[in-house]
Design a protein around this ligand. Structure first.
Ligand code: ATP
Length: 222
């Protein structure tokens, strides 16, 4: 499907595309608040949440369609966050490198494309399919979660750039680490709370809670 360009920013005539990938099973306030804070700190006009296709590395997960529906509900009122469905719609295994190739082809060689990941992903990226190619297609921002310190990423085939405007002018090949306000919350905790019939009102948007209840997710009903 065509990528939405409605929230892309043209700053210094450079198209920006910032993608926060994840399983989002389900999306929670930690994802949403962090993505918004990232946009604010980096002065990005928008951040795109991209749910992975098959959550093949996680067991007992919801279908991609449910995860996508919940994300769409979560960002419905947002002027900063949007959702890209391309990994969900693609058949078979979804690799970040393929997604980035697609985006690069669509947005052109000068576009600033940045993939956002947590420190957990940054530590395991060397095991991703064609991981070195990622840096020929995009920049990477590593966001630190609660209690996490900066990683030594000097083995990455990318340049460390800490100055925001310089970073934002790079089409690909740069990385930086960004500390965000710690929000101690995970999808696993949300799933566990729902399974145990505990309230999750402070952790998940109301529209998502209603969707979960309507479809009986995370209670062993689906
Ligand atoms: P699970 O508990 O099932 O492992 P999760 O809460 O880590 O899920 P994911 O969908 O796997 O959620 O994460 C997507 C991205 O969001 C990852 O880069 C992850 O590091 C980041 N992330 C998850 N929770 C938070 C949080 N509370 N604050 C900031 N970033 C988060």
């Amino acid at each position: 499907m065509a990528i939405s360009v409605s929230k892309m920013q043209a700053s210094f005539n450079v198209i920006e595309k910032v993608i926060f990938g994840g399983t989002f099973d389900p999306v929670h306030n930690g994802h949403l608040i962090s993505a918004q804070e990232l946009a604010r700190k980096m002065a990005y006009q928008s951040v795109t949440l991209m749910p992975c296709g098959q959550a093949y590395h996680k067991t007992g997960s919801s279908t991609a369609q449910h995860r996508l529906n919940m994300l769409n509900l979560a960002v419905a009122q947002s002027t900063v966050l949007d959702v890209d469905e391309q990994e969900v719609l693609r058949d078979g295994a979804t690799y970040t490198v393929d997604t980035l190739r697609h985006l690069r082809q669509e947005l052109g060689e000068h576009a600033h494309i940045t993939w956002v990941m947590g420190t957990d992903s940054a530590q395991s990226i060397v095991h991703w399919h064609q991981w070195r190619q990622i840096f020929t297609l995009a920049n990477v921002i590593v966001i630190a979660r609660s209690g996490e310190s900066e990683l030594d990423l000097s083995h990455w085939p990318a340049k460390l750039v800490n100055e925001v405007e310089t970073f934002k002018q790079s089409p690909h090949g740069c990385y930086c680490q960004l500390a965000l306000t710690p929000i101690s919350l995970s999808s696993s905790e949300v799933r566990k709370a729902i399974k145990n019939h505990q309230p999750v009102d402070n952790h998940v948007p109301q529209a998502v809670i209603e969707y979960i209840e309507q479809h009986g997710l995370y209670r062993g009903l689906d």
